[in-house]
Ligand binder design. Structure first.
Ligand SMILES: [Zn+2]
Length: 656
């Protein structure tokens, strides 16, 4: 590991104490093997002139909720140093009182809550203090010969602290251990199964001391752990089984989750190990990961539901063994899993959560793999881990304001996604938290939706092989399929039956009817494992109220409606709903060119303006109006409705 210090960049942020503190904190945060997702914290001791003109000695310590990689000056909580030092002198201090005392000692009441390690930072007699959860060091402490190895690497240059609960107990332990100690005799502190502290009066020295200590551990691992070079192939993923795994994963989480299969070489190798069932069940890399990943992964086999049931039973036992009357059991769903022979799995309610889980499990798998080469992976025992998982100060990290978006964790596939109603549906579902496959023949889908939750898929929906692939790509990416918006359509030239061009007729049948049949056929393999699964078909007002000169459009749309009715009958047994919408006169779609509009208006003897609002409510219908109805029909209000045909046409006396 190399120092990333650069004089120019350091000056850019500012060469005052807090500016330098921000700069080196970000350098630590830039290295995921030092701190992952909120792990680690830093501080600087500095003066602060109060309103009365007096100088306060203040500890600026990382605030809760800030990440070192992106921290800014307001991310540091200013706490009066003398107060923190007095707290270390107490024999006991419960968390609630500690949080209260620390808030009361802040010189800015609007700053975030100080890190749980604030007292420890305060008693270290140096200006800059850096704390990380370095993978390499923690990995070494989590092996049977860890003590000898740490001694071999560092000699007497570090203080080694056995594992105790972070927060006040850790600060108090170190306060006692260092009583009368000459701090200049050590380069840092190693916390067993937890991390590293370094310190100096200079920002750069404290940071580079961290890099030096961690590099020594990395060098040891490189020299003593075998580095697997053999390339792992990419085993095939059984998508039907994946959809079953996702269904099982949602049960104990009590919310829909997205399942992402990780087939990076290290994960495939791990999933292939014969000792997998033993080594994967020993615990996480550092205790703070437990709030993101739970203590252990689930191992899914041929019967995914049975695996999740067993996980939930084991979790209940763990809770009963270590919990007390004041606690209520958290959800019993795993956050990651191992699919033997295939890869590892993340079960997050959003892509963001899956990203965090994936980062942590990759670091965990790497640590377990190398520790096995050094005699075996030994994580902290379940009692200590339980105390962290149920520690209110850890759980506080997960608390966010407000309810999750209504379609979070749901997987939607929309055809005809590049324009009009289809695009409006993609936007509407994505805005409500869903993961959406945006399917269209137009490559524009790639540039239309600039967000990770939208998967653009270029597909000719009239080609069966392409439709099958689009469905499979959706399941492979998000783990399953819940909602299909079968929307792709064209508005063919207005030809009367007597002068119908064969090509016009055939193309309309292919796009407006057969493509929907192909989509239903292939989606039907996965929808039965979906969460409140359903299909919404975009038909047309022309079905109940056809007009002259639009036979090539109206006839396939009528067939499409019949297709939906049959699908509702056939899929009801699997719990899949199918409903049809009959929009009319939605003019902000690509099928309504000026030319088509004028011709249609003329065929009714109306001006374009009159034609646009020619409905009972005299209102214009937009693609967003239709998308809002699609979202409603796909959602809980319609959970008990199938085979329905719902107009969205401003009211039409021929339909009513
Ligand atoms: Zn820590």
């Amino acid at each position: 590991m190399k120092s990333l210090w650069n004089d120019k960049d350091a000056k850019k942020i500012g060469d005052d104490d807090l500016g330098l503190r921000v700069y080196t904190s970000r350098l630590l945060g830039a290295e995921p093997s030092l701190v992952l997702h909120g792990g680690g914290n830093t501080s600087v001791k500095s003066g602060h002139r109060n309103i009365y003109g007096e100088e306060d000695e203040v500890l600026y310590v990382k605030g809760s909720g800030w990440d070192l990689a992106t921290i800014e000056k307001p991310g540091f909580a200013p706490v009066r140093l003398d107060e923190l030092r007095r707290m270390a002198e107490l024999r006991e201090l419960d968390d609630t009182t500690m949080v209260k005392l620390q808030r009361a000692a802040m010189t800015d009441p609007y700053a975030p809550n100080p890190s749980v390690e604030a007292i420890l930072h305060a008693i270290i007699p140096y200006k800059f203090v850096d704390h990380t959860h370095a993978d390499a060091v923690v990995t070494l402490t989590n092996t049977p010969r860890g003590k000898k190895i740490i001694k071999e690497i560092y000699g007497d240059t570090v203080l080694v602290v056995p594992y105790v609960m972070p927060g006040f107990i850790l600060a108090r332990t170190i306060y006692e251990m260092t009583d009368g100690m000459d701090w200049s005799s050590i380069d840092g502190i190693i916390l067993w199964s937890h991390g590293v502290f370094t310190f100096a009066d200079d920002a750069r020295r404290s940071y580079e001391q961290m890099i030096r200590l961690v590099s020594k551990a990395e060098d040891y691992l490189k020299a003593h752990g075998k580095t697997e070079k053999a390339k792992a192939g990419r085993p095939k993923v059984d998508l039907n089984q994946l959809a079953r795994i996702r269904k099982a994963a949602c049960v104990y989480r009590e919310r829909p989750v997205l399942v992402q299969v990780d087939q990076s070489p290290d994960q495939v190798r791990f999933a292939d190990r014969p000792d997998l069932r033993k080594i994967s069940q020993r615990g996480p890399l550092t205790p703070d990961h437990i709030i993101r990943t739970k203590r252990v992964p689930v191992i899914v086999g041929a019967d995914p539901q049975a695996a999740f049931d067993k996980y939930a039973v084991d979790y209940r036992d763990y809770f009963n063994e270590f919990g007390n009357a004041g606690l209520s059991c958290l959800d019993r769903a795993p956050r990651w899993g191992v699919w033997p022979g295939v890869g590892t799995l993340a079960f997050g309610t959003s892509l963001k959560e899956n990203g965090i889980i994936t980062d942590i499990k990759r670091h965990t798998v790497a640590a377990i793999t190398v520790a096995e080469e050094l005699g075996g992976w030994r994580a902290l025992g379940p009692k200590d881990l339980f105390d962290i998982e149920y520690w209110e100060l850890e759980q506080a990290k997960l608390k966010k304001a407000g309810a999750p978006p209504p379609f979070q964790g749901r997987v939607v596939l929309v055809t005809g996604a590049a324009s009009g109603i289809g695009k409006a549906c993609v936007d509407a579902f994505a805005a409500r938290g869903a993961a959406v496959a945006a399917v269209d023949i137009n490559p524009k889908v790639h540039s239309l939706f600039d967000q990770p939750a939208v998967l653009p898929v270029i597909t000719d929906v009239t080609e069966e092989g392409a439709v099958k692939k689009a469905v499979e790509q959706t399941v492979a990416t998000f783990g399953g399929l819940d909602i299909v918006v079968s929307n792709a359509g064209i508005f063919p030239a207005g030809e009367r039956l007597a002068e119908m061009n064969a090509k016009t007729w055939e193309k309309s049948l292919a796009v407006n009817l057969t493509s929907h049949q192909l989509l239903i056929k292939h989606a039907a393999e996965f929808l039965p494992y979906g969460i409140n699964p359903n299909i919404v078909i975009i038909a047309s007002k022309n079905v109940p109220a056809p007009g002259p000169g639009a036979g090539a459009y109206s006839v396939p749309k009528a067939g499409l409606t019949q297709l939906g009715r049959v699908a509702a009958l056939e899929l009801a047994g699997a719990g899949v709903r199918v409903n049809m919408l009959h929009p009319n006169a939605v003019f902000d779609t690509s099928i309504w060119t000026e030319d088509v509009l004028e011709k249609r208006a003329a065929s009714y003897g109306l001006t374009v303006e009159e034609y646009k609002k020619s409905n009972l409510l005299q209102t214009e219908i937009t693609s967003h109006d239709v998308a809002d109805l699609v979202v409603a029909v796909a959602g809980p209000a319609f959970a008990k409705t199938t085979g329905a045909q719902i107009p969205v046409d401003g009211g039409n006396e021929r339909v009513i």
